[in-house]
Design a binder for this molecule. Structure first.
Ligand SMILES: Nc1ncnc2c1ncn2[C@@H]1O[C@H](COP(=O)(O)OP(=O)(O)OP(=O)(O)O)[C@@H](O)[C@H]1O
Ligand SMILES: [Mg+2]
Length: 411
């Protein structure tokens, strides 16, 4: 196992060497990386979210924008301590994300440059598939549209965009995108059975007519990402809509990254939910492939290597994640990880015997045994252990001191 130190001049503390205890300080935006993406892979309870919460606290202080999809509602304390904005996607919240938003143009992508509207419509179709087929696939994953539904929806989208004044002329793409209600009206006007059935399925996502998602995806996008730290809270949405929520949040961050370039990290927990769906996986893989150009680092979180390895889009994400963090592995899952990473006997022993927060960090061509450590103040913010939370609640609340770990309170 590599044991020399990994210290980058402008980085933040990722952990300490499990062998020498020397700090591992990483700047994910350093020019020596091929991309700024990180895949965090480990079974439940091994410390993935704990680690990303520490990254949030440390990177925000260092001036990197940090955006997180939070399915468990566990970033609240971290957001409060670091001045983060909580964006709740829920019935009782005013926040809206519109699945009909166009994708910001990609000047360097030949397909998108040739016909940006067609490119956007393909992405929008993928999102609508996640909406209309929510929960219809195996194990509650999103299902897929059949070829007739796809063709009709494609036609309906062209008509709906046209009615909103959005055509293949890029000059029209700044106009406000139409809403689900407009698409619903178009489908109703189309005189065929498939359109009628799609309209019925869409109806339950439009306020006044149905309740699923309570209209979160039925309004104009009104979430501005001009904060250094944004936590997207999706737990109050029905679980079958989480894949769409993850897609919409990533799309929105992706669009923003392409307009305004800043160092940004986007954490997608439960990334496997999106990967389980063909167009969701294609979208995430696309972001992983191209994020670097827009100063965006995609941090994806997975339960096991098998969630990624073997699937086309999963492989793309894995090969486009220059850093990988594998926390402790069990006997049941280590073979798949070994097949991919070819551990040395010492690495294998280390991963099998690792405690929470211990693992191997693969970066810059080496592998580093790492231990994720937090200051007591950081631990209080990052832990979800009920005993820690009880202790914290009952102890007198002194001022939160993040300085011990090289961090301080954000704005
Ligand atoms: N590095 C660490 N140091 C101390 N405690 C830790 C560390 N990592 C994790 N823990 C403890 O373990 C708990 C579970 O960790 P965490 O929530 O990060 O697991 P996870 O890998 O995200 O699991 P899941 O896949 O279920 O979301 C934390 O709330 C914390 O109490
Ligand atoms: Mg977690």
């Amino acid at each position: 196992m590599a044991s020399s130190s990994l210290v980058m001049e402008r980085g933040v503390l990722y952990g300490v060497s499990a062998q020498t205890k020397s700090p591992i300080i990483i700047d994910p935006f350093d020019g020596s990386f091929d991309n700024y993406n990180l895949a965090v892979i480990a079974p439940s309870g091994s410390g993935k979210s704990y680690f990303t919460k520490l990254l949030a606290l440390r990177h925000v202080v260092a001036g990197t924008e940090f955006l997180v999809v939070d399915p468990e509602d566990e970033y609240r304390a971290v957001a409060e301590a670091a001045g983060g904005l909580m964006v709740r996607l829920a019935a009782s919240s005013p926040h809206r994300l519109n699945p009909l938003d166009l994708v910001a143009p990609e000047p360097t992508s030949p397909g998108a440059a040739a016909d940006p509207l067609a490119h956007s419509i393909a992405v929008v179709l993928g999102r609508l598939e996640l909406l209309l087929c929510a929960g219809a696939g195996p194990g509650g994953a999103p299902g897929v549209l059949d070829i007739y539904e796809r063709a009709v929806l494609d036609e309906a989208l062209v008509q709906t965009f046209d009615a909103a004044g959005i055509t293949s002329d890029p000059a029209t793409h700044q106009r406000p995108a139409p809403l689900l209600a407009h698409l619903h009206a178009t489908l109703n006007r189309m005189d065929n059975d498939v359109a009628g059935r799609l309209a019925m399925r869409l109806r339950r996502h439009i306020p006044g007519a149905g309740s699923l998602g309570a209209g979160v995806f039925a309004g104009r996008t009104n979430v501005t990402l001009d904060q250094p730290f944004v936590v997207f809270h999706i737990r109050e949405l029905p679980k079958e809509l989480w894949p769409l929520a993850i897609h919409m949040i990533s799309s929105h961050v992706w669009n923003t990254a392409r307009r305004v370039r800043r160092q940004r990290l986007l954490v997608v927990d439960e990334a496997a939910m999106l990967l389980a769906h063909p167009s969701g996986g294609a979208f995430l893989a696309d972001v992983a492939r191209r994020a670097r150009k827009y100063y965006l680092g995609l941090v994806t979180i997975w339960q096991k290597v098998g969630d990624l390895a073997g699937s086309e889009h999963g492989e793309t994400i894995l090969t486009n994640s220059d850093m990988k963090l594998l926390l402790k592995q069990s006997e049941e899952i280590i073979e798949a990880a070994d097949a991919r990473f070819r551990f040395t006997p010492a690495e294998r022993r280390f991963l099998l015997g690792a405690l929470k927060g211990e693992g191997l960090l693969s970066a810059r061509g080496g592998r580093w045994p790492i231990k994720i450590e937090a200051s007591p103040a950081e631990h209080r913010l990052a832990t979800t252990n009920p005993r820690d939370l009880l202790d914290a609640a009952s102890s007198a609340s002194g001022p939160t001191d993040l300085v011990g770990s090289g961090c301080r309170r954000g704005a």
